[in-house]
Design a protein around this ligand. Sequence first.
Ligand SMILES: NC(=O)c1ccc[n+]([C@@H]2O[C@H](COP(=O)([O-])OP(=O)(O)OC[C@H]3O[C@@H](n4cnc5c(N)ncnc54)[C@H](O)[C@@H]3O)[C@@H](O)[C@H]2O)c1
Length: 365
Amino acid sequence: MKLRFGLIGCGRISKNHIAAAVANRDIMELAAVCDPVTERAEKKAEDCLVATGKRPAVFADYHKMLKEAEVDCCSVATESGYHAHIALDCIRSGKHTLVEKPMALSTKDAEEMISEAKAKGITLGVCHQNRFNAPVQQLHMALENGRFGKLISGSARILWNRTMPYYQQAPWRGTWAQDGGTLMNQCIHGIDLLQWSLGGEPDTVMAMTGNYLRDIEAEDFGAILIRFKNGAVGTVEGTACIYPKNLEETLSVSGATGTAVIGGLAVNHVETWDFASPAPQDTEVAKLAGTDPKDVYGSGHNALYRNFITAVNTHTEPLVSGTEGIKGLKIVLAAYKSQKTGLPAKYDGLEFSTTEMTQNDVKVK
Ligand SMILES: NC(=O)c1ccc[n+]([C@@H]2O[C@H](COP(=O)([O-])OP(=O)(O)OC[C@H]3O[C@@H](n4cnc5c(N)ncnc54)[C@H](O)[C@@H]3O)[C@@H](O)[C@H]2O)c1
């Protein structure tokens, strides 16, 4: 039976959710769309009708949608600051919940989402769709097969440009209450890939961030050093200030017997693939076209939805579960704490929220 989804939030990223619903229409149906700006929800309902022949019901209030629409799953794609509250309402209504990144803006909220989902037997997923990029999947397979040997270091470079019209278009962006800065908004995908590639168990985080160019509360640049429990060190260079336009998002991983670099506009190009011993997957990697996606969001939502639906149907964890999604969030929050205190921040036991940051914490004199 097809799983029925309700989409909450019909803004800029919702087109990827609609595209995923269309691509996965053999296993899901978008049954409802919701946005208080109803013309946005109407537009998405129309897009869905044209693509699938079925028009989702339109709601202005998600509480009403949760009560009236017969949905099994909810996708939350509102402003980041509302994710936790809305996701918790969905979970408590018994809906499997897929939430856009970042899953929340505080450790406390994210942990509550995970524990509430567990208590209710609900599947919780987070939209880190770049994990499904073909080269990233290959890199992960190489890691699982031990091809890198001892892991030494890795980096995530997110060299993008976000101009003031981008922030003015949706004034929640760049605020501490609703978003955070470029590390939380744009770079969290790259940070998630980095932690996933270097063992998944961060230990200590040090950061220097700053607001250089954009007239927003939060940082528009951040550099992070992460020591992992296995000894590997990850570095992040993340910026919204690259002149004059998006340049690259690149993930690199280096071990004793392997190096891989995946770059392009949004981690889709294999740039380096060099291992001490050949393996059958090398032929597959050589075949990857490696074209840049049309926009930096890529098309990973399609595979992410499919994986989430399989997880719901088989009572297993999705690839990007809540427990996985919290890791990138905690690294960014630890980086914020480090910037605020001038000290390294421990990952385990971290308690922090974007709302503990102020404009002064990132102001570059
Ligand atoms: N995965 C990705 O690559 C990716 C890319 C872009 C944005 N995002 C994330 O997606 C989220 C949305 O970003 P955006 O750029 O689409 O924002 P946006 O401002 O364009 O859209 C947010 C929408 O949510 C609606 N909304 C607010 N409160 C609501 C409520 N109670 N019920 C229903 N709808 C409500 C707003 O009216 C608006 O239409 C953010 O958390 C962002 O970080 C993820």
